[in-house]
Write a protein that binds this ligand. Sequence first.
Ligand code: ADP
Ligand code: MG
Length: 725
Amino acid sequence: MTRTASTNPRFSVLLSAASAHVAKDDAGTINEPPSASFGSLSLPWQALAASLDSETSAALVDYVHGRRKLTKDVANRIADCVMRWALKHGATHYAHWFHPLTQIPAEKHDAFLARGIQASHVPMEQLPGSLLLQNEPDASSFPSGGLRSTHEARGYTAWDPTSPLFIRADGGCRTLCIPAAYVSWKGHALDFKTPLLRALDALSREVSAFVNTVTSSNACTSVTATLGCEQEYFVIDKGFAALRPDIAATGRTLLGAPSHRGQQLEDHYFGQIPSRVLAFISDVERELFRLGVPVKTRHNEVAPAQFETAPVFEEINVACDHNTLTMDVLRRVAERHGLACLLHEKPFAGINGSGKHNNWSLATNHGENLLDPGAAPHDNLRFLAILAAVMHAMNTHNDVIRSSIASSGNEHRLGANEAPPAIMSIYLGSALDVVVQGIAEGTVRSVEQLGELEITAKLAVKRELTDRNRTTPFAFTGNKFEFRAVGSSASCAWPMTLLNAAMADSCKALRARIEKKAGSRDKAVLEVVREVFKETRRVCFEGNNYAHEWREEAARRGLSNHTTTPAALAVMADRAKMGFLAELNILTGDEIHARHEVFLEKYVKEIEIEATCLLELSAGYVAPAAQAQIERTGAALAGVRQAGLHSKNLTEELEALLARYGALAEATADLQRVRASVGHDAHGMADKLRAAMATVRREADALEALVADDLWPLPKYREMLLCGV
Ligand code: ADP
Ligand code: MG
């Protein structure tokens, strides 16, 4: 059988993928430096303020800092200035850009056109201040977790001036996007931004007060968190994605036998970026530069066709929006390059999945990094106190932090041997661990200063204080923590909301403990630090988090290991454990309850979509391919017999095919039964339905090896991962 498109559409995609990109000879190319276009389509409030008259500018600055509201006149002047900027850059429409509790941000575009409201009926452009400040989308179709009935449709979006306005250029259109928070008519948070902004208020208040208590001063007036997120993703030829109903419906492959060449050779990580992908990534970067997103790093990741993009860290609210924007730009630009960017946590079984390491730290109003240990951490009381608060937060709110990264996609990573497990622990690194243990034992030990590491007589490198640990979910990495367990498709805003809330709560608790102690302030601080270092030993783990022994050890220490999403989310129903969010004015009990409902419902729907899709793949793709092969082998065997011959091979092949075909039919019927029996029960889906899906997959993947290449309808792993990128 020849490999032509008429025999199998897979082959035409293979051929077009092979010739999709011809690398140019770039010897004469000189690109403009990133700074030349950086931020040209972005308008941060500072730049906006600078372009206003002094009175309006001062009003905006006060508004951003929450010192006063905007009057109608001032709001109109600001909106007019924003509109003029947008028109100058070719925007015709504006949209409040907000992030409901769904995978992607939402936007409803309105033209600046204001014909009809003028007496003269002369067409003109207008953006009234009231429409910059707030909008009113019909909220009935967004998830609310029961906070709203379907007929109560009203919702509000409110401009968040701390996140830069930006212009999205796509499809020949330019649209002014206004970052916004989104709440219901009654004021309940229905998005990812609102709780983050509230958590940042709490963080600033509580960490500043804590720092001032620890340092016996009033110097710290505000604190913000910083975030740099390393975004991992896969890139495959768009044609392959189009031929895979599972990728279209679920973002991942639900079946597929492993590629002969996966990541065994360990040669993809930091390898040369293929030229087609490099052309795509540099286009992504150019777009992100214009949008004011400071993308900095690009490299091949561990799995074939897997890559990473990381920015310079920013203030956390902006960083979260910028990460959402980065995911959006990655998807759109990939389309233009005939590629599909897969942001799912586990697009391909058997090779690494994708995460999004959230590098997190805290900065004071003086720009000091509170997690910078300095040269003598054992002597740096402020650093030790902040470290104690982080450890206290991880210990006290362990289950809450685990819940923040629970999703159907991330379920495939956490606990598998490529991503940190579902047990939340802290890695301090040997140098800091010595200091922490020393203080806990009452014998202060200093950090050993490491000199240079000589490679040859001429080459030397400066040694970092500690090694890295790739297996931990939460690592101290010099002057920040790296929350490594976040999923690649997640909005960073939710894990960052809960982490910052936990930190605010712990600072509040530790401040109260310090203030209760008698004696000098320094002594009181050190005593509390010592107590906390002792109390939180159970969440500190320096070893291999992938090892089975750690699971047993963690269980002995009383740490949870929730490997499924419903189990991880269960804490959201625990009022005692979630109550701190209401105390800090971040989320009320009702809002948490609603969010729990939304996350569970999303999980159930995603698994339902996966199961339905797998049933279709099994019945509509794999079974017919197996039948065709059975016919072909049967005919060959009949021919051989007719000639009076025997073929042991053909007989065995047919038997194997029939056995597997039967097993697939049985597994598929079982999946159907299990699906009916678990209904919408999330726990049943996590355990029983997932198991039934795995059995179908096992049989389908075994058949893939038995069916002739030209009869197999779905692009194969080896093709998607190795061809065209
Ligand atoms: P890795 O070596 O872990 O892959 P990368 O260089 O890819 O590290 O990413 C590290 C990330 O940490 C970058 O986004 C960087 O800007 C960020 N980062 C550095 N310092 C801080 C900080 N103080 N707060 C938050 N993020 C930070
Ligand atoms: Mg990295």
